[in-house]
Design a protein around this ligand. Sequence first.
Ligand SMILES: NC(=O)c1ccc[n+]([C@@H]2O[C@H](COP(=O)([O-])OP(=O)(O)OC[C@H]3O[C@@H](n4cnc5c(N)ncnc54)[C@H](OP(=O)(O)O)[C@@H]3O)[C@@H](O)[C@H]2O)c1
Length: 376
Amino acid sequence: MTSAEVVGVLGGSGVVGRAAAGALRELGVERLRLGGRRLEAVAAVAAGLPGGPAQALAVDLDDRESLAAFCAGCAVVLNCAGPSYQVRGRVALAALAAGADYVDVAGDDPAHEQLHGVDLAGLGRSAVLSAGMLPGLSGLLPRWLAGQQPGGAGRLTVWTGGLDRCSPTVAADLVLSLGGDRAGAAVPFGESLAAWRHGRRVSRALCAQDAAELPYFPAAVSLQPYLSTEAERLARALGLDELDWFNVFPGRHVRELLAALTGGRVQLGDAADRLVRAAELDLTGRRPYYRMVFALESPSGAATAVLGTGDSYRLTAAVGALAVAATLAGDVPAGLHYAAEVLDPGETVRRVTATPGVTLDVSHDPVELDAVVGAL
Ligand SMILES: NC(=O)c1ccc[n+]([C@@H]2O[C@H](COP(=O)([O-])OP(=O)(O)OC[C@H]3O[C@@H](n4cnc5c(N)ncnc54)[C@H](OP(=O)(O)O)[C@@H]3O)[C@@H](O)[C@H]2O)c1
């Protein structure tokens, strides 16, 4: 695909935005516009892109006029700026007002809540939310896996996590996703300890576990059950009887800090700074890695998919770029979507696993789940 239409990448100097701009060039998008508040930072990224320099613009998404100027003339705006719990649908609304389609590597439920009343189909425009690794690929990969199993899905167990740096915006999003009474965190992202049982979320179905030995993780890890809203949508779409989802924490600094921050009143900037430092401490002397493991038991047999990467931010950028390419190609119908529900699972899995450093192993051996899962 080669596209001469303008794609705007908001947050183009961030960890995800930089990688997304590179991925878009690799997908044949020639005309890129990168934006962020610090012009020198986006200009440096724009100047170094493969295939020639991109346009760089100073833009503050909190300033209505500068955001409108950034979106003007774009065919698609890819939002890589956050925190998404504070941005919500603001960038999407500016993109739509400028006549552009929209993709967000995050956005998630807070953006959906603000946008679901907008008649995107009537406008003939599309918005694709949660087009990252998690949420995003985390909803596409199990759909693809279930599609390989004749006879329907039964029980799915998922482990996602690893050791990685934490960018300032991811840290802020994580703090805000802990919920409570913090400004901007009114829309829940999921429920800790909950699991899916026969058509509904069941609170306190699972318990946390320390020092768990998981076959797919290189060292002992802590497991925190967490049923996200994306996981609930997945369970409904696949008609799962049971879904257990565990966030995996190989490092104790991030895990202990998240536990300490949950439920209490915190100052966002301070908590986010502490999270960035905790991730650095967990990474000290170790190589970054991330794993997503999906173990499916269906009436026709078992299948386990293990996706690995050394750079979860680059994987997020790859998914976001593919969502933009699908939008430009006309493969996304007008309307408001989550990426996992509108992108082609097989095509997305095939293309992201072609990204350097990404591995996917699929086996059909049943996993001894009860040996590793501490169910109540
Ligand atoms: N779904 C997933 O799996 C996944 C994974 C990783 C990240 N994400 C999401 O991706 C987003 C970006 O993460 P990141 O790691 O790339 O963050 P980051 O490295 O902190 O970068 C943030 C970018 O946004 C820009 N920005 C911040 N505030 C802005 C504003 N008011 N107006 C315009 N630009 C602004 C920043 O530049 P300036 O500071 O110069 O403005 C920077 O370019 C976050 O929402 C994060 O939660 C999703």
